[in-house]
Design a protein around this ligand. Structure first.
Ligand code: ZN
Length: 287
């Protein structure tokens, strides 16, 4: 990502005067998601759609899609698209605008039960239902620049790289994190899972010590945050919120982990392209 370009975009954004309403339409949010997805597929190894764990992930997200309707109908952005990143060292999940959701094999392996994965999934989908990334983009970029991002049928190539770089470099605010926790626990509960999964997952990662896993660095967990999540669960559902700890899918967590450890995972044939290579290619094209 070209930092000087980001800096100049921010400078221009500073000139923007306040304007009400959403700058980025649902259709544009979908296009942004597709552009970011292309960048992600260049940077990460993704499990092939035919891999059993990819199929499981698609199954797993179905009840979440229904449960999140109360906050924002997924039809607004064409439904959720879930992919599994094949990286055991990465403990992370993230959501891009337009309902693109990614979960790493490292996170699946770190989870002790499916309610923990469900907690993370609910939280990530809440970032989409509440339009957190879209709102960050609206705040950072001037209206004219936002409209310049789009061609008739999608993002310009430069815009896709700029937005991806921006989203990678920008953390969610504390307020957005809090909102994603509150909405996410309702989504995971309504999807049929024990909503305490998110708190337990945070707690476990915190206890591990050492350098924090990526999920914590992009979604900082503190004892206060865990307390807030538990207080919200108690207030909403009482001391026995119920919900499943095991996966509500035909493939259960032990089978999923066994498949991931069995060395038979199929990944996309797309070559891993480093961002450095992309930068150099871009520089070359500009000469
Ligand atoms: Zn978050």
């Amino acid at each position: 990502m070209k930092l000087n370009r980001i800096a100049s975009l921010f400078a221009l954004a500073g000139l923007a005067t306040g304007c009400g309403g959403a700058l980025i339409s649902n259709q544009q949010e979908k296009q942004i998601g597709a552009g970011v997805d292309e960048q992600i597929e260049k940077e990460y190894r993704i499990l092939a759609a035919s891999d059993p764990v990819s199929k499981w992930a698609v199954d797993f997200v179905k009840p979440f899609s229904n449960a999140s309707k109360a906050f924002r109908p997924p039809s607004e952005f064409g439904g959720y698209k879930v992919e599994v990143i094949a990286d055991d060292a990465l403990v992370n999940a993230f959501a891009a605008p337009g309902g693109y959701v990614y979960i790493s094999t490292g996170l699946i392996k770190a989870a002790d039960d499916c309610a923990e994965i469900a907690g993370v999934m609910g939280h990530e989908l809440a970032h989409v239902t509440e339009r957190h990334s879209a709102r960050q983009l609206e705040k950072a970029f001037a209206a004219q620049l936002v409209s310049d991002f789009f061609l008739e049928d999608g993002l310009t190539k430069t815009a896709a790289e700029t937005i991806f770089g921006f989203l990678q470099a920008t953390k969610f605010s504390r307020d957005h994190e809090r909102e994603a926790d509150a909405v996410g626990l309702q989504i995971s509960h309504d999807a049929g899972y024990d909503p305490d999964g998110l708190a337990r997952f945070f707690q476990k990662l915190l206890k591990q010590g050492g350098s924090p896993p990526e999920f914590l660095s992009s979604h900082p967990a503190t004892d206060d945050r865990i307390k807030d999540v538990r207080a919200a669960i108690k207030k909403r559902y009482g001391s026995k919120p119920g919900g499943s700890k095991s996966c509500r899918t035909s493939m259960k967590l032990p089978q999923i982990k066994a498949h991931l450890s069995g060395g038979k995972s199929r990944t996309t044939t797309r070559k891993k392209v480093s961002l450095k290579w992309l930068r150099e290619r871009e520089a070359h094209a500009r000469r």
